[in-house]
Structure formats: C-alpha cells, structure tokens
Unconditional design. Structure first.
Ligand code: ZN
Length: 467
C-alpha cells in the first residue's frame, strides 16, 4: 500500500490523498486550496486523473470537494462514492464555487481592461472550471450508506463510517490484500450540536488523521450554549438589530436550532429572525430531509414535523429585494447571513446599515482568518471600510468560540486509540500544530509521519509482524 498526498499535507485546505491498495488507485477527497495557498489549485496533480480507479468523498466541504471538477476536466471518468447527503451538499457547494469563480474572473477582466491603458497588468487566470464541468462531475456520483462496504474490485473494499463533523461526514476504512488503511476526513467535536459523535475506528495498519485543532481543547457544549444565550439576550435587550455572520453549512443550522430552543423556553424574546442567505436556505432545507443522520433529539423533532431549524419567527429572504427590505428595520431583529468571515455576501450590507449603531450587536460564532473584515472587527477596529465608505464600529461585538465542528486534541487522541500501533499520518493541519501533536503521539509510543505533498510513502503492513 502506498500514499501520495496532493493537498492538506502540511497545510489545512486542499484535501487530496492517493492510496494505492491491491493494485487499485483510489483517491480520497479532492478539495480546493483556500486563502493564502489558493495559488496551489493551479499546480498539476502528482498523478494522472484518468488512471484512477475510484474517488471516495469524506464530506461536502469545499476544501474536500472543490477540485473534483478539475479532476474530471483532466480525464477522470470513474465513480465518485459518497454518502447521499454529502452528494447533495457537494452539488450546492460546487455550483456556487463555479459561479464565484466566473464572477471573480469577469471582475478581474474588467480591472485588467481598465489597467491596460496605462500599464501592463498580470495575466488574468481562467476559472478552474465552469458549470458544465460541475454537471459532468455530479454525473459520476454513486450514493452509498454508512457501514455498508463497497467493492472496489481487486479484493479492495471501502466502508464509510460516521465522523460526526457535519451532515453526511464520514471517515473511510479501506481494506485490501496488503492490509487496512483508514482516512479520517474531518472528525467532529465531541458533543457538538447536531451530529452524533464519530464512531471509533478498527485496528489498522496505517491511519491518516486531520489535525486542524490538535493543539487545543474546546469549551464544553454546555458552556458554549450558556455563553450564546447570555450574549443573545443582552444584545436583544440593547434594542438594536443582532447580526450573526454564519457559514451556510452546519453552523447556520446549529445557530437556528439553538435560537429556536431559546425562544421556545422563553429564554430570549420571540423577535423576527431573518435567514438572509440563499445558500444557507438551500442547506437548511436539505438538512430537513435527513432526519436519520442527526442526534435522536434533532431526528425526533424532524420526524414529528417540528422544523427544529426554523424558529417560529423565521423568514427566509431569497431575493435581493427582500434582503434590502431588512435595511428598514432599525432594531429588534436577528439577522443570520453569510459570509461567515464577513468577506462578502449579504452580511456586508447589514454591517453597513447597523455596525455604526450603538444599540446594534454583532455576534461572531465562527473562526475569523487573518486579513478578513471579520478579523479586523473582532480585533477591535474603531472604523472599517465597507463598499468604499468608512463605517464607525459603534455596535457591541461579542465572540462565542465553542461552536467548532472539528475534533480537539482530546477527541483526536480518543479516536486514534483503537488504531493500536498503526502508523499515523498527520494531515489537514498547520505545521506547528502537527509538530506538537506528533510529539504527544510519539510519547505514547506511536509511529508518526507528517507527509510532504507529492511524496509517495510506503504504508507498513503491521498485521504480518503481529501474527
Ligand atoms: Zn470539513
């Protein structure tokens, strides 16, 4: 068995790992590089896509799915196996990605056109793919279920098992004649909002494990919910609008679910709630069709038709006109909108209309990367630039940090335990975090590697030496 990582090796995004097992070439995920490493999306893949036998998808996040159309554009025509809900999420995510790339490209061309009269600008990159490539990609999907092995030929089988990260998320156990390897995908935060915890893996020969938050401990769910309740109640008491920038997938549904419970139990008043994000709206409707994949409390509410992601006062605003009408509301509404880091999307308009108001509030429930508008506000900027205007930050700004959908250090150690003496390949993390976690694992007697991108690693077969 061999491993070659073509992404999420010594970095967080771009998940893409080639496994050679039983003579089969199997790719686990093919995600987009994001943020500072996004130029890597244009590098050639270190393998021939046409020579792959199968693609296995752990979950729908863009950093695990965003280069699938690149793969297909470059000759891949085999099956893409995924849990049904991950396929539905991927479809929404990839069409959105193609649309954003086209818009960015058109904007860059306009700017290049303006610049060309005075100076020579850098060449404008073509989009990585368009809608037709996404359509061709989606046609290759094969639905699979948790815990039902898929035969990949050559005595190789793959089993998707619940990872507790987001709707449909799986880790994958791949077994061939030479042994067994497990790819973690992204693992969930223990006791997080909607999903049951990840199941524990079986003993194996090698395990690839994500390390996004391998250097920290999350606050408990109880503490996080209490913090959110206090912040939301205080914000509404201040009288202004409450803005909650949110990622469309999972975080929005957790936030809506929590608001509904707080309103039902009378802990916060039943004020109007707006979900002002077409993508988050599509995701929420998808969530409503997947009852059997949530914690019993959520699943039962869905089965009883209680719409747990829809506070009674919720309004979906789909059109731009409906969104603009919210601007007329000066106080007392909760506005949930994307993007999560305030770098674009409808939240930016709401910030422009509310951020300067002393009575308004901004509740930040997600990670804010360096260089984003969200990060500047969280770091205490007194003024920010929005759409060419300088806006004073008069609103209360509160951060609730515990809503992570990723495993922390203890979750990862607990999950790795049953893999016994398997060699551990650390992926999907920042190098300093990996280094620290590698040290902890080595202290526990584990054999640890942080693979270099593009390098081919031989996977050990431990079962031989054990028997
Ligand atoms: Zn993820």
């Amino acid at each position: 068995m061999k491993l070659t990582s073509a992404g999420a090796a010594r970095t967080v995004t771009g998940s893409c790992h080639l496994l050679e097992v039983g003579g089969k070439r199997i790719l686990v995920d093919c995600g987009l590089f994001q943020g500072q490493v996004s130029s890597l999306n244009r590098d050639p893949l270190p393998f021939d896509p046409a020579g792959l036998d199968a693609v296995l998808l752990t979950h729908g996040h863009l950093d695990h799915t965003g280069r699938l159309p690149v793969l297909v554009r470059n000759g891949y025509a085999g099956p893409i196996h995924a849990i049904r809900s991950s396929r539905a999420i991927t479809e929404i995510i990839l069409y959105d990605s193609a649309k954003i790339q086209t818009e960015d490209h058109e904007r860059a061309l306009r700017h290049a056109g303006e610049a060309a009269e005075s100076e020579e600008g850098p060449p404008v990159d073509e989009p990585l793919y368009g809608e037709r490539h996404v359509a061709a990609t989606m046609a290759l999907f094969r639905d699979t279920d948790f815990e039902s092995p898929i035969d990949l030929g050559g005595q190789v089988r793959a089993t998707f098992r619940p990872a507790g990260h987001i709707l449909g998320s799986a880790f994958i156990e791949i077994e061939g004649p030479e042994g067994r390897v497990i790819a973690s995908g992204d693992l969930g935060n223990r006791e997080s909002g909607l999903q049951a915890d990840a199941v524990l893996p079986s003993p194996c020969d090698a395990v690839l494990v994500e390390t996004t938050y391998a250097d920290r401990a999350h606050r408990s769910q109880t503490e996080t919910l209490e913090e959110f309740r206090t912040v939301l109640a205080d914000s509404l008491r201040a009288g202004g609008n409450v803005m909650i920038p949110s990622f469309a997938l999972e975080r929005t549904q957790v936030v809506l679910y929590t608001i509904k419970k707080l309103m039902q139990s009378g802990q916060v008043p039943r004020v109007p709630v707006f979900l002002d994000s077409p993508m988050a709206t599509r995701m929420t409707h998808l969530y409503e069709t997947c009852a059997n994949q949530f914690l019993p409390e959520v699943a039962q509410a869905l089965e009883r038709g209680e719409e747990p992601f829809e506070p009674e006062t919720l309004r979906y605003t789909t059109t731009v006109e409906e969104s603009k009408k919210i601007n007329a509301i000066e106080g007392g509404a909760i506005i949930v909108a994307g993007s999560g880091m305030m770098t674009g999307g409808r939240i930016v308009h709401h910030l422009k209309h509310n951020l300067w108001r002393k009575e308004a509030s901004l509740i930040v429930v997600g990670y804010q990367a360096e260089g984003t508008l969200g990060r500047r506000i969280v770091d205490g900027a007194r003024t920010v630039r929005i759409h060419g205007s300088t806006i004073e930050v008069g609103a209360r700004v509160a951060t609730v940090n515990g809503f992570s959908s990723h495993a922390d250090r203890d979750d990862l150690l607990r999950w790795l335990e049953p893999t016994g003496s398997a060699r551990v390949f650390l992926i999907h993390g920042e190098p300093p975090v990996m280094e620290k976690f590698a040290g902890e694992l080595r202290a526990r007697g584990r054999d640890v590697v942080a693979p270099e991108p593009g390098t081919r690693y031989e996977l050990p077969r431990l079962s031989d030496s054990a028997s």
